[in-house]
Write a protein that binds this ligand. Structure first.
Ligand SMILES: NC(=O)c1ccc[n+]([C@@H]2O[C@H](COP(=O)([O-])OP(=O)(O)OC[C@H]3O[C@@H](n4cnc5c(N)ncnc54)[C@H](O)[C@@H]3O)[C@@H](O)[C@H]2O)c1
Ligand SMILES: [Zn+2]
Ligand SMILES: [Zn+2]
Length: 378
């Protein structure tokens, strides 16, 4: 299949982030032809994730700007650069912020999904050759997380894209590009939630609800949702939450409430807020002798979270997850299959679908807690 745009620079719409704290600005950008090992994708839809807010608030510093955010998208391959073999024009794909190159030590290891091949370049906002494919008003605009799905067309490394079943609705399965895979995998792959265990999940956003779905799948007996937004109690039930606790309803610190509720502490705590105080509380709520905290939320990169060392001696431990531990190119297509066979809930997370021009409204909805997940469409 060949599109009329093949071999041409494409001019299209994008929501550009110019600096920390500034709203998205709709711009006309130029998207260059994909180079060797690269794939140009027409984005159909993209979820708005709290990690986008993390970047906008300066969580990773000022050097990521100007950039095109968005890493929870889905689309159709428009053209490919020389040497690309795993996808072809017309294929339906999900861009991946956790690449899989199959060549680095980590990709060859069964114990991690953190591909190291272009990690530093991706952090810096560039593709494999150290440059960007985006310009706007004559200025270079950086990539973000190897995806940049808030552009109508984006260019990604072949290692950052997975081909999926073309019958899957792109404006739904885009969420498998982040929230669903992250939370679900955090419970199954990273926490390895034990059957019959008691689980507490801090933050019932897209990621936390997907974590509840994973804990349920793993056979947890109790899944306690912890959220300051009372509206999350009802939606939580749909994803497997068996009890809901709002820290604002209690005088006592929330960890004490949890320890009492569970007669000594939880087997698994999953932090899906990205707030240092929640991470501390979640660790304190873990049972001595086997309680495990799994960190999913992103605190600002410069922030340390102090944990009391004796807690580790007493048998608690902490681990963390990036993209739910999935080997991305291998496993994202399977997660899409699980969605198509109704094993994985996705649609239920989507409360708002907006045109890309309204992306700042999607951010406001997330800040106010008035949505679960918003999708922006081109
Ligand atoms: N590790 C990864 O690979 C990865 C992937 C995706 C997202 N994330 C991170 O996961 C976190 C969650 O993302 P999301 O998109 O689901 O966010 P979201 O904004 O949709 O949800 C966050 C939830 O936390 C709740 N919350 C806020 N403060 C709280 C508090 N003090 N106590 C309890 N609950 C509180 C909010 O009410 C909301 O329901 C973010 O930090 C995001 O950056 C990490
Ligand atoms: Zn995300
Ligand atoms: Zn790799």
């Amino acid at each position: 299949m060949e599109f009329t745009t093949t071999g041409q620079i494409i001019e299209c719409r994008a929501a550009v982030s110019w600096a920390i704290g500034e709203p998205f600005k709709m711009e006309t950008i130029q998207v260059a032809i994909p180079k060797a090992g690269e794939v140009r994708v027409k984005i159909v839809a993209s979820g708005v994730c709290h990690s986008d807010l993390f970047f906008l608030r300066g969580g990773a510093g000022p050097q990521v700007f100007p950039c095109i955010l968005g890493h929870e998208g889905a689309g159709i391959v428009e053209s490919v650069g020389p040497g690309v073999t795993s996808v072809a024009p017309g294929d339906h794909v999900i861009p991946l912020y956790t690449p899989q190159c199959y060549e680095c030590d980590n990709c060859k290891s069964p114990y991690t999904n953190i591909c190291t091949k272009d990690a530093m370049l991706q952090m810096a906002g560039f593709l494999s050759d150290g440059t960007s494919r985006f310009t706007c008003n004559g200025q270079v605009v950086k990539h973000n997380m190897g995806c940049s799905t808030f552009a109508e067309y984006t260019v990604v490394n072949e290692t950052n894209v997975s081909k999926i079943d073309p019958t899957a609705p792109l404006d739904k399965v885009c969420l498998i590009g982040c929230a669903i895979a992250t939370g679900y995998g955090a419970a199954l792959n990273t926490a390895k939630v034990r059957p019959g265990s008691t689980v507490a999940i801090w933050g019932l956003g897209g990621v936390g609800l997907a974590a509840a779905m994973g804990a349920k799948k793993a056979g947890a007996a109790r899944i306690i949702g912890v959220d300051i937004n009372p509206a999350k109690a009802e939606i939580g039930k749909m994803f497997g939450i068996t009890e809901f606790v709002n820290p604002k309803d209690h005088e006592e610190p929330i960890e004490k409430v949890l320890v009492k509720m569970t007669n000594g502490g939880v087997d698994h705590a999953l932090e899906c807020c990205g707030i240092a105080s929640c991470m501390k509380a979640a660790f304190a709520a873990c049972k001595g002798g086997g309680g495990v905290l799994t960190l999913i939320g992103l605190a600002p990169l410069s922030e340390d979270v102090p944990f009391n060392a004796y807690q580790f001696i007493a048998g608690k431990s902490v681990n963390g997850t990036y993209f739910g531990g999935w080997k991305s190119r291998d496993q994202v297509p399977k997660l899409v299959e699980d969605y198509l066979s109704k094993e994985l809930m996705v649609d239920e997370l989507i409360t708002h679908t907006l045109p890309i021009e309204s992306i700042n409204d999607a951010v406001d909805l997330m800040k106010k807690g008035d949505c679960v997940r918003s999708i922006v469409k081109f």
